[in-house]
Design a protein. Structure first.
Lengths: 482, 94
């Protein structure tokens, strides 16, 4: 039999439905790989062997009795450790929540109830970071080069899927935290439109930017996961009423007439010429396949970063105020309740810095209209993107300005933010975007990003699927962890 | 916008973060760099539009769904007694 990790989600579900493979066998296969590679990658915070196998057995039992099951029932999945799985620690990679066990399941987990959870995946603390080095549970290694970062904040998720120890992982994306690690690890990472996927049960970082999305080995696999997790949720006040289409129906190998825009300033200023060249080459190949490619203008790189810094940190300051040692989580010592608050907030340095910036930005005395100015800038950027999407249907650009950097490379705070410079616009405007592998530089993956108007995931699936049918950049596994 | 150590200390108090003197100096310079970068936004002009703080339509709805019971909440707390969460004294002497 072909090794299981080479099979698509669709092929795996067919095997399960035909009972040629049991969910227990499939889950045990991925648990074995996960446990073996954990010593090298440190991609998990908690591996949930017993829970995963119990779910697998339950699904196998239901299937043997002829019950109707969801398409992904029996397919194992790894979950970023900021998405609540009932009864399993949800640490957000922080000392503060090291022993926090959620009494409820996130909505996305309720929608994936038949999927065995392999474990809770390592990440940057409270989803703040672009390297997975800020976790209180140790850094994660990139399976393509163990001396390099996998990206962040969904670094563990991308590393697992790249190494083949999970067929799919759910991550979260606030400024690029699904797409950037997907690019660094040579896998496919999809951020849906804001509001497509319920945020209930996702520990909030920046409420107007956060979205849950899949990291998989292909666009086709993403379509299946999106089908399961998208849809209105009355438990999330920001959940969109938009109907959920049949995402897999958009997986057509045809981009004839599709209008693709390349943001000129991004390509001209990309600090790594081999990345911009690889993405331009991809555009030319898609043009050869019938797409219409044209240059467009996105001249607001600095404004994007500045707006994001103010919005994300201000909202984080508000959201993380709840971690005060009172109701849950770590409680520090204190003679008074004020002392208890400050001694309980044992965040790492990156989180502390961002909370300081965000609190400053929200302080009327010091920063006046900082947050408001950030939001109005986001609105300007969103309006400009709306205008661009009158000329083109999809924007195509590099996902990141660099390939995966070294673990021992120290980045100043501004440089760390700059890692997300190409991914942030989609979050500011609430647009869907996906990163797919498109090349390599010195053995390290290069990702290209596709961005579409809000609720037009269909365009991304069509273009991404066509690209992956034409090329094989998404297929190989890294040798470092073989 | 120049940030001072006094402002850093006051902001830390607002954020309920314990910063030592070394951290205060380091965060001051990091914040200054980030705020200097964000100054670019002060050069932008915005039209006076209603409802333009969200880049997309957003109509908050009342949340529905199950809520936690008291015992579930208390099970999460670091310290509880007689149905209440216990914390250090808020007012008065020891």
């Amino acid at each position: 039999m072909t090794e299981l990790r080479n099979l698509s989600l669709s092929a795996l579900t067919n095997l399960l439905q035909a009972k040629e493979l049991s969910s227990r066998e499939l889950t045990q296969y991925y648990l074995d790989l996960s446990n073996q590679q954990q010593k090298v990658l440190n991609a998990y915070i908690t591996i949930t062997d017993d829970i995963a196998l119990a779910t697998a057995d339950r699904v196998d039992g239901l299937r043997s009795r002829g019950s109707d099951l969801a398409p992904l029932a029996g397919i194992p999945i790894a979950i970023k450790d900021n998405i609540s799985v009932q009864g399993v620690p949800n640490t957000c990679a922080s000392k503060i929540l090291a022993n926090y066990i959620p009494p409820f399941a996130a909505t996305v987990m309720e929608r994936l109830t038949g999927s065995p959870v392999l474990g809770k995946v390592n990440m940057d603390e409270f989803a703040m970071g672009t390297s997975n080095k800020t976790s209180a549970f140790g850094f994660v290694r990139n399976p393509w080069d163990l001396q390099r970062v996998p990206g962040g904040s969904s670094g563990g998720s991308a590393a697992l899927v790249a190494a083949g120890s999970a067929p799919v992982s759910l991550g979260s994306d606030t400024g690029g935290s699904i797409r950037q690690p997907a690019a660094f690890c040579g896998v496919t990472g999809f951020k849906p439109s804001y509001g497509r996927v319920s945020r209930r049960g996702l520990v909030a970082f920046a409420s107007s930017l956060d979205q849950i999305g899949p990291i998989t080995r292909s666009v086709a696999d993403c379509a299946l996961v999106l089908q399961a997790i998208c849809g209105h949720d009355s438990g999330d006040s920001t959940s969109a009423q938009e109907p959920v289409p049949d995402f897999s129906s958009f997986l057509q190998e045809d981009v004839t007439g599709l209008r693709i825009g390349l943001p000129r300033e991004i390509f001209e200023k990309c600090p790594d010429r081999r990345i911009s060249a690889a993405v331009e080459l991809a555009a030319l190949r898609l043009q050869g396949a019938g797409a219409k490619v044209t240059w467009v203008s996105m001249p607001y790189e600095r404004e994007v970063l500045a707006a994001y810094m103010l919005i994300a940190t201000a909202e984080a300051s508000s959201n993380l105020a709840r971690f005060d040692g009172v109701k849950y989580g770590y409680r520090g010592k204190g003679r008074t309740v004020e002392d208890m608050y400050t001694s309980s907030r044992v965040f790492g340095s990156t989180v502390r810095r961002r909370l300081m910036l965000g609190t400053f930005a929200l302080s009327t005395e010091y920063c006046g209209e900082c947050y408001d100015r950030g939001k109005r800038t986001a609105q300007l950027i969103s309006s400009h993107l709306d205008q661009l999407f009158q000329e083109v249907q999809v924007l195509l650009l590099p996902t990141t300005p660099s390939v995966a950097f070294r673990l021992d490379e120290e980045q100043d705070p501004l440089t760390a933010y700059y890692n997300d410079i190409y991914t942030i616009p989609a979050n500011l405007a609430g647009l869907p975007a996906v990163s797919v592998p498109c090349g390599e530089r010195d053995g390290l993956p290069i990702g290209m990003q596709l961005m579409a108007p809000r609720f037009r995931e269909d365009l991304l699936l069509r273009l991404g699927y066509t690209w992956q049918c034409m090329t094989g950049w998404h297929l190989p596994f890294p040798r470092e962890v073989e | 916008m120049q940030i001072t150590e006094v402002q850093v200390k006051k902001t830390a108090a607002l954020a309920k973060l314990n910063l030592d003197e070394v951290e205060i100096k380091m965060i001051k310079s990091q914040l200054q760099e980030l705020l200097d970068y964000a100054e670019i936004l002060s050069g932008l002009t915005f039209e006076n539009r209603e409802n333009d703080v969200a880049p997309f339509d957003f109509k908050p709805t009342e949340l529905q769904g199950p809520r936690l019971m008291q015992d579930e909440v208390l099970a999460l707390s670091p310290d509880s007694n007689q149905g209440m969460i216990r914390v250090p004294r808020v007012l008065g002497d020891d």
